[in-house]
Design a protein around this ligand. Structure first.
Ligand code: UDP
Length: 323
């Protein structure tokens, strides 16, 4: 198949490209390298089935040209990471809402199928755990920038369903805290990458707040596998799926596990959320997906334990430092 990955030089995007090339597809990456890195695709330099285009999803002419002859578009390009979002809310809102509209419009015009990468941030601070795809969304006020990410992604989802009514074959995946090799310590899924860097440097691990907040960390190859299923199986069309491990870990436990696995002499230090993200920031306490829908419809079930996935991240980080 001819496949396009927007954001294909990003953390999850580049792992998706690995998988699609291994499956034999011809892959075009569209990435403006704002948070993505060309180095993430270095292993495929000169690959005959990989085309890399440095450009923006806001460039409608380019996007239209890219969609021509495309079978499936994996739309991962976005302004991601809570830290980036609170620093540059305008860029986040425009890229995630308007950029998505451009991708969907031209994919539909060219008859391509689409997978839209959405987020567990959609659920906000809802306490209706575990989060079901049809569950409530609980967001704070519009002047708290962090909510613009959730809102822009939700608008993206609304646009998906609106285009579906006009014939677009589209599926939505809501990612929950993906981690793995190539994570950018300053970018998406930053907590694992930051803690691993801090532990390997012998620096204190910076736990925000009391560390009792919990997340479900999902190894990137499993996130990618769910994404490919969403882009290929008929049962995925017109549907939205949570993609995440159903097992949660507190941030404090994560810090202690990373110290143990690295054998680091690092300590743990606690920092107020407000000092990091600004006053009025509302952190999500516990975020757990209900994955019964994706298990039943797409046969997806994550199996890699956190301890094993973290060991792989640490090994990769050590190997890249040794190079
Ligand atoms: N976090 C932390 N220390 C860090 C980075 C993040 O304690 O150096 C916390 C953050 O406040 C949140 C959790 O780890 O409670 C997950 O943060 P991340 O940015 O990885 O993803 P989020 O779930 O917020 O989208």
């Amino acid at each position: 198949m001819n496949v396009v990955v927007t954001g294909g030089a990003g953390f999850i995007g580049s792992h998706l490209v690995d998988r699609l090339l291994a499956d034999g597809h011809a892959v075009t990456v569209l990435d403006n390298l704002s948070t993505g890195r060309a180095a993430n695709l270095a292993a495929h330099l000169g690959h005959p089935r990989l085309r890399f285009l440095r450009g923006s999803i806001l460039d409608a002419t380019l996007v239209d040209a890219v969609m021509s002859g495309t079978d499936v578009v994996y739309h991962l390009a976005a302004a991601v990471g809570v830290g980036h979002v609170v620093k540059d809310p305008l860029w986040t809102a425009v890229t995630n809402a308007h950029g998505t509209e451009i991708v969907l419009e031209h994919a539909r015009a060219r008859g391509a199928r689409v997978v839209f990468a959405s987020t567990s941030e959609i659920y906000g601070t809802s306490d209706a755990l575990p989060y079901r795809e049809d569950g409530p969304r609980v967001l704070g006020p519009t002047w708290i920038h962090r909510w613009s990410y959730s809102t822009a992604k939700a608008l993206g989802e609304h646009l998906c369903f609106a285009h579906a009514e006009r014939g677009l074959a589209v599926s939505i995946v809501r990612y929950f805290n993906t981690y793995g090799p190539r994570m950018d310590p300053a970018g998406y899924g930053s907590v694992v990458a930051r803690f691993v860097s801090q532990a390997l440097d012998g620096a204190p691990l910076t736990v925000h707040g009391d560390g009792a907040q919990a997340r479900c960390f999902t190894f990137v190859s499993e996130t990618v596998d769910a994404t490919v299923r969403a882009g290929t199986l008929d049962a995925a069309i017109g549907q939205v799926f949570n993609v995440g491990s159903p097992f949660h870990s507190t941030i404090g436990d994560l810090a202690r596990l990373i110290i143990e696995l690295t054998g680091s002499g690092s300590t743990v230090t606690h920092i107020d959320h407000a000092a990091v993200y600004g006053e009025g920031f509302a952190d999500t306490r516990t975020r757990v997906p209900d994955v019964s829908k994706i298990a039943a419809r797409l046969g997806w079930q994550p199996t890699i334990p956190l301890r094993e996935g973290l060991a792989r991240v640490i090994a990769e980080r050590r190997a890249s430092e040794a190079r």
